[in-house]
Ligand binder design. Structure first.
Ligand code: KIV
Ligand code: ZN
Length: 528
């Protein structure tokens, strides 16, 4: 087995599989995963470094924020094709083009539902109308851009012959990629393979276009269906980091990439992805969205390379291949090792951060270095996971919104829990002081922060995990609040769980402020 950077060597005899990442579009549609423009740019940069072929950057007609982030990504990110989504509606397509046109490699992706249920219940259109709109949408997009993708939404539940007719029409109108979505994650692998084979056989012009698939994970079959489609001739897979996306999510990019790389004998394709960047990219997306992957998640879960049973450990010590089909280092995963000491300098810190697969600007390094020193005063041993947590912490937290100045709590079995907090707006000197009682110290802190910020914060979910081993390990708290019925998440890290909780709730507040969803009145009532 080779070591980093890992590139596929079998490309002379097989075909390339295009990796189309839709973390910033379909992934961002998953509840609580919304990102602001700066966060989307950070993810887009990480995706470009990972080596994906296409980045679907957003759906510009959806909101001004979506438009702005697509435009910034199209302007700043070199390398991958930058794709944008639009319905087969003239204004959508014009708006999408306006957003993506600064890119050196723009793509317009137009879609229209084709299944009977969508035609009747959602679109109120007959088959002829669907064909007409698909033709017009693709033709308009093609006048603007040479690279046009067409998706018949809910294709997997569409009558195969009608699907073939729509696809043929889209190709004749100028589509260069045809994407077949299993929008509701309903297909089974054998069924989806048969559908792809049917389209390849029966659609005129199919040999001129790239055939793509886009599978949702409602039955846990997104990756299996995508790979079955590859065996039937699909050469683009649409996927997201950590499989995030609508409902149960999309096909997980890291799983597809490692399946292709590990099972070349079954999958006659290669991918142009630097697999050693899979784990750092996964961690970045977790940190930005506040949405964690489960410990046993394939490829990027914390337990993906852990061997618990003695018999397994013994086997691995004799020969790794007994129980390991991939190497942790090939996906950029390092078992948490004891690292730097209190006196390590900035250069050592930067070098270490880069070895972990992350990039920081000078300003971010200043913040991380300051937090590192604070941490080294509180904690005897500092591990890779601690450094990762510092790097992925909210590094622009100090630049906008509220910051925590001080925190004092009293709690106990016979005492009423109380919290006193002092917070200040980052660009102002005035400190706001508040106190509250609660059902335990964390609840009291949340109530005090709600009072101080004037926000009605309804906490929906609260998770805490230990970043590393040891009594003095840092706690990572993820808190989810409901605002205007939408979930928003925030993250806080500290060796003190109560402080981490306060930082997490302030992170949500600052996120709401940055997303501009708060008006002063809405803030008080919890609606926008
Ligand atoms: O799931 C789906 O059908 C989609 C399309 C817009 C490609 O996301
Ligand atoms: Zn989708």
């Amino acid at each position: 087995m080779s070591s980093a950077p890992v590139r596929d060597e079998s490309r002379r005899t097989t075909q390339k599989l295009i990796i189309f990442d839709t973390t910033l579009r379909d992934g961002e549609q998953s509840p609580g995963c919304s990102m602001n423009v700066a966060e989307k740019l950070q993810v887009a940069r990480a995706l470009a470094r990972l080596g994906v072929d296409v980045i679907e950057a957003g759906f510009p007609i959806a909101s001004p924020g979506d438009f702005e982030s697509v435009r910034q990504i199209a302007t700043d990110i070199d390398g991958p094709v930058i794709c944008v989504l639009a319905r087969c509606i003239p204004e959508d397509i014009d708006r999408a083009w306006e957003a993506v046109r600064p890119s050196a490699r723009p793509r317009l992706h137009v879609f229209l539902a084709t299944s009977a249920i969508h035609r009747q219940a959602k679109l109120h259109m007959g088959k002829h109308e669907i064909v007409r709109h698909a033709r017009a949408g693709v033709a308009q997009a093609r006048e603007l851009c040479d690279d046009v993708e067409f998706s018949p939404e809910d294709a997997a539940r569409t009558e195969p012959d009608f699907l073939a007719e729509v696809v043929e029409t889209a190709i004749a109108a100028g589509a260069t990629t045809i994407n077949i979505p299993d929008t509701v994650g309903y297909a089974t692998p054998d069924e989806f393979r048969t559908l792809i084979a049917h389209l390849r056989r029966s659609v005129r012009g199919m040999e001129r276009v790239v055939l793509s698939v886009h599978c949702h994970n409602d039955l846990g079959l997104a990756v299996a269906n995508s790979l079955a489609a590859v065996q039937a001739g699909a050469r683009q897979i649409e996927c997201t980091i950590n499989g995030i996306g609508e409902r149960a999510g999309n096909c997980a990019l890291e799983e597809v990439v490692m399946a292709v790389r590990t099972r070349r004998d079954r999958l006659p394709v290669w991918v142009d992805v630097d697999t050693t960047r899979l784990y750092p990219t996964s961690r970045l997306v977790c940190a930005i969205t506040g949405s964690h992957v489960q410990r046993n998640k394939a490829v990027v879960g914390e337990n993906a390379f852990a061997h618990e049973a003695g018999i397994h450990q013994h086997g691995v010590l004799q020969n790794r291949a007994t129980y390991e089909i991939m190497r942790a280092e090939d996906v950029g995963f390092r078992h948490s090792a004891l690292v730097l000491g209190k006196h390590s300098g900035r250069h050592a810190l930067r070098a270490h951060i880069e070895r972990l697969g992350f990039e920081v600007t000078d300003a971010q390094l200043d913040l991380v270095a300051a937090r590192f020193k604070e941490l080294a005063d509180r904690k005897k041993e500092i591990y890779d996971a601690d450094i990762e947590a510092l790097v992925l912490g909210n590094n622009d937290a100090a630049a906008s919104g509220w910051r925590l100045c001080s925190l004092h709590t009293v709690a106990g079995t016979q005492a009423i829990a109380t919290a006193t907090i002092e917070i200040a707006e980052c660009d102002a000197d005035t400190v706001v002081r508040e106190a509250a009682c609660g059902d335990g110290p964390i609840d009291a802190v949340f109530k005090a922060i709600a009072r101080a910020t004037g926000l009605a914060l309804q906490v929906r979910d609260y998770k805490v995990r230990s970043v590393t081993i040891g009594e003095d390990a840092q706690s990572e708290v993820i808190v989810e609040i409901a605002f205007d019925s939408e979930p928003y998440r925030g993250r806080g890290i500290s060796t003190d769980t109560v402080e981490a909780s306060a930082l997490a709730i302030l992170d949500v507040v600052n996120r709401l402020l940055r997303l501009n969803v708060l008006t002063p009145e809405a803030a008080l009532s919890g609606t926008s």
